[in-house]
Design a protein around this ligand. Structure first.
Ligand code: ATP
Ligand code: MG
Length: 409
């Protein structure tokens, strides 16, 4: 039986081949270089990730072999010289285990959700097959085999699924109950979150491949994060090693640089919103508080208390530098195991944030401490820019030459 690990290696292989195809030099691939080449063509065509093949499910000896593998549907990652032999699926590809479905969607159907009407219904009639820019094919719930539950979100459950049609893609399918979105008065925000995520293409941001809806629900087809929640890893180990933390912060800075270049401020960076891809790479997975802000500054109070920067506590205008502050908090939390200004009461936490009352334990290396201090600056414009974060000695020290090796604890 094929394991989740092998699927993830598969999808990782897809990413590797994309990088190889698009990166001429030996530096880390940047976001500008993503989204071109054969992989993106395939994704646009099918609006789903690369299918696994019998060959590619086997452990890979080298990256170069991955990029040349043909697929059942034709070519992937490189020019296929031969037309694929029309063998039966069973003969060529072991079934991928997506786990056991618990019947949760039907249980929910009976117990939650009503129809919504009017403007809200219009806002939530979300369908990626009718969007103007690169529409996907039309999707329905019946197009998927439903597997194991992956988690419960605020507005519905998340499942591991596989498309019934060839090539059989593995995805996370997230359900959102429209009436619950309306009750929470976040129709516009939800729509915006989906629109933002749909347009993003970055190796450290979970890809939204498509979405569709029925009377009561919206379904999001999201890249499957094979290694689950980063928060669980942090709870398991207490904190991360310097090497692992540095690699995650490097990936996070890369993703944030991309988001900021698209005028997207994340505003809710914290371990709970980060997932891990199949090869252990960090993936930003939650855009609930993101704001698309070309040029304008926002004054809404949002985000998690421990990660709030001084300007947001004061209700001042804030800009992309809020994400730099949060990156500093995240670096500290990875290395120490708790947030830097954590106190019993909200009031005390606020006070410590406002004073930037930072106490870094001596076990944290001087290089890491230097980065934390440079990010946790009261004045937003004094915070180290992301381009500098990515060149910081603590980041360079642990960045491997091949950008695809996974962080180890
Ligand atoms: P919350 O407010 O609790 O964060 P939410 O509505 O934002 O809920 P998610 O965090 O997206 O929902 O999903 C709930 C859980 O489902 C996650 O914590 C995670 O364990 C799992 N999950 C979500 N998306 C994926 C994915 N793409 N791959 C694997 N697991 C996922
Ligand atoms: Mg979430």
């Amino acid at each position: 039986m094929t394991t989740v690990g092998s699927i993830t290696r598969q999808i990782a292989a897809l990413e590797l081949s994309a990088k190889q195809n698009t990166t001429a030099n030996k530096t880390r691939p940047t976001h500008q270089k993503q989204g071109s080449g054969n992989v993106s063509k395939l994704l646009t065509k099918f609006a789903a990730p690369n299918p696994p093949t019998s060959k590619s499910i086997k452990p890979q000896a080298s990256n170069s072999s991955i990029s040349r593998l043909p697929t059942a549907g034709g070519q992937v990652g490189g020019k296929s010289t031969k037309a694929p032999t029309p063998l039966s699926r069973e003969a060529t590809q072991p079934a991928i285990d997506i786990g056991k479905y618990d019947g949760g969607l039907e249980i929910d159907e009976e117990n939650r959700g009503k129809r919504v009407y009017g403007e809200a219904a219009e806002d939530l009639a979300l369908d990626s097959s009718v969007i103007e820019h690169q529409p996907t094919r039309e999707w329905h719930l019946s197009d998927f085999d439903i597997g194991r539950p992956l988690g419960k979100g605020k507005f519905g459950r998340v499942y591991m699924v596989r498309t019934k049609c060839e090539p059989k893609y593995i995805l996370a399918l997230k359900t959102l109950y429209k009436s619950e979105i309306v009750e929470s008065r976040v129709e516009k925000q939800t729509r915006r979150e989906i629109e933002i995520q749909q347009n993003l293409r970055h190796p450290h941001i979970l890809r939204l491949y498509g979405y569709f809806h029925d009377e009561k629900r919206i379904f999001l087809m999201i890249e499957f994060a094979g290694k689950g929640e980063l928060y669980k890893q942090l709870s398991k180990y207490g904190c991360f090693t310097e090497k692992r933390s540095s690699r995650y912060i490097d990936q996070m800075a890369d993703a944030l640089e991309y988001l900021h270049s698209k005028h997207v401020i994340h505003r809710d960076i914290k371990p709970e919103n980060l997932l891990l891809g199949i090869n252990g790479d960090l993936k930003i997975g939650d855009f609930g508080w993101s704001v698309h802000a070309p040029g304008n500054r926002r004054t809404t109070m949002c985000g998690t208390l421990d990660y709030l920067p001084p300007e947001m506590i004061e209700g001042k205008e804030h800009s992309k530098e809020v994400d730099l502050w949060a990156l500093g908090v995240l670096t500290y939390e990875f290395l120490v195991g708790s947030a830097p200004f954590e106190e019993r009461s909200h009031n005390e936490t606020y006070k410590r944030i406002m004073r930037v009352d930072l106490r870094i334990p001596s076990r944290v290396s001087p290089e890491a401490a230097d980065l934390i201090v440079k990010l946790l600056q009261h004045e937003p414009h004094h915070r180290l820019p992301l381009s500098e974060v990515r060149k910081h000695p603590w980041i360079l020290k642990y960045r491997s030459r091949s950008s695809n090796s996974q962080p180890q604890n």
